[in-house]
Design a protein around this ligand. Structure first.
Ligand code: NZQ
Ligand code: ZN
Length: 388
């Protein structure tokens, strides 16, 4: 196990009815709040009105920035920064999924920064402060509700990049599983794939002597496998939605399952290039790419893939070679993603082979990708080709 520091300052308020605590939490930060939301689901479900009522009750003046795109865009983030600066707003409330929360984090860090917020994404600058931010989560997937990371797309340049900072951890996140009852089946599937792959990124590692972290990862994976199909078949199943919500939050919150473990994150880089150009949902891209990354790298530490197959997918190892066991686990992963309705090939989502090399080159822009196997542009291109 490696040395580590783990500090997560986000207060999680979980459960049905937890929205009632929003006003008092928000009031701790400012009497002027910018409510950030997406393409309209929060208005259709009535959540927006409830949020505004809570803030008004606590004498908070509200401003709004709607229309955050899935795969949120830099231009929209810049708009948010402008609204905050020109109105002296002291608090941001993100109401939505990962895209809304990520855009809010970029706005939060961009406001006090003199340069352009894109500098954080291109790693030319690091945030040194941020406007405080809170979230009301409406989709279980990214873990953005309890981490400091954000992923932003510069649509003009077809670049999708991430940054992370201790300043952009939400001050609090309201996690009411009933707010995810309206998430459609496809987004529930993509979200489930996303959280599953967050666990993969931290589980397929060369770090040794980490039995607790491995078993925590395996528990989360098995819980997702059990609960995603239930939430898809019966969208208002509270237990399934609650379990998925907790899985998403645990899967990527700065370290709860992965302290002391070297993570990989190559597949996320490979996927981000797809959504940067083709604007596909993040979880759909991961569903296509991840099992192919597995096939490309599993021999780097085959015993971890054997463990994965046996402990997560109940593959019977008797009479099989390590290679066969590992491949059975990879196949089970693919079948699970397909069973819940996530795509398996680039072709299915309308992506051809014309820009694979360009995406592979961009994916390694900051250097070789990942750590389980350090991927070159050629490796990445091969994984895209396997995914066609
Ligand atoms: O925009 P609205 O109308 O709200 O609709 C959204 C959107 O169309 C809809 N939705 C959300 N909650 C709903 C709902 N529809 C009905 N009922 C509800 N309760 O779902 C659609 C997708 O929303 P989005 O926020 O884009 O999904 P997700 O949470 O999967 O976020 C994806 C973004 O997060 C980034 C991804 O790259 C992508 O840009 N990621 C962020 C991470 C982080 N900050 O830690 C890590 C991840 O690996 C990921 O890269
Ligand atoms: Zn992800």
């Amino acid at each position: 196990m490696n040395n580590f520091t783990f500090h997560n300052p986000t207060k999680i308020i979980f459960g049905e009815g937890s929205l009632s605590q929003l006003g008092q939490e928000a009031a701790k930060h400012s009497n002027k709040a910018l409510i950030v939301y997406g393409g309209g689901s929060v208005k259709r479900t009535g959540l927006y009105d409830k949020v505004v009522a809570q803030l008004k009750e606590h004498h908070i003046e509200t401003f709004e920035l709607g229309g955050i795109e899935p795969n949120p865009r830099l231009a929209t983030v810049r708009k948010g920064i402008e609204i905050i600066r020109s109105n002296g707003i002291g608090f941001i409330l993100a109401v939505g999924g990962g895209s809304v929360i990520d855009a809010s984090k970029a706005i939060a860090a961009g406001v006090p920064y003199e340069g352009d917020v894109w500098d954080f994404l291109t790693r030319q600058a690091k945030p040194t402060s941020a406007v405080p931010l809170g979230t009301v989560l409406t989709l279980s997937a990214t873990g953005s509700e309890m981490n400091g990371g954000a992923v932003i797309t510069n649509w003009e340049e077809n670049r999708k990049l991430s940054f992370g900072s201790i300043y952009t951890f939400p001050k609090f996140s309201i996690l009411d599983p009933t707010l995810t009852f309206t998430v459609p089946a496809d987004q529930t599937a993509y979200g489930s794939v996303d959280m599953m792959t967050h666990v993969f990124e931290q589980y397929f590692s060369h770090t040794t002597d980490t039995p607790l972290q491995e078993r925590l990862c395996e528990s989360i994976m098995r819980t997702i496998v059990d609960n995603a199909p239930i939430a898809i078949a019966k969208p208002d199943d509270y237990a399934a939605r609650a379990n998925l919500m907790l899985c998403g939050t645990y899967a990527l919150n700065g370290g709860m399952i992965s302290v002391g473990v070297q993570g990989d994150w190559a597949s996320h880089g490979i996927e981000h290039e797809l959504s940067a150009i083709y604007d596909i949902p993040h979880g759909a891209g991961l569903s296509i790419v991840y099992p192919n990354w597995m096939k490309h790298v599993y021999r780097e530490r085959i015993e971890r893939f054997v463990q994965f197959a046996v402990r997560v997918w109940d593959v019977d190892p008797s009479g099989k070679t390590d290679d066969e066991i590992a491949m059975a686990g990879i196949q089970a992963t693919r079948e699970f993603f397909t069973r819940i309705g996530a795509p398996a090939t680039l072709t299915e989502v309308g992506i051809g082979d014309d820009r694979l090399k360009e995406m592979a080159d961009k994916a390694v822009h900051f250097g070789p990708l990942g750590s389980f196997k350090k991927l070159t542009s050629e490796d990445v291109e091969q994984i895209y080709r396997l995914s066609l």
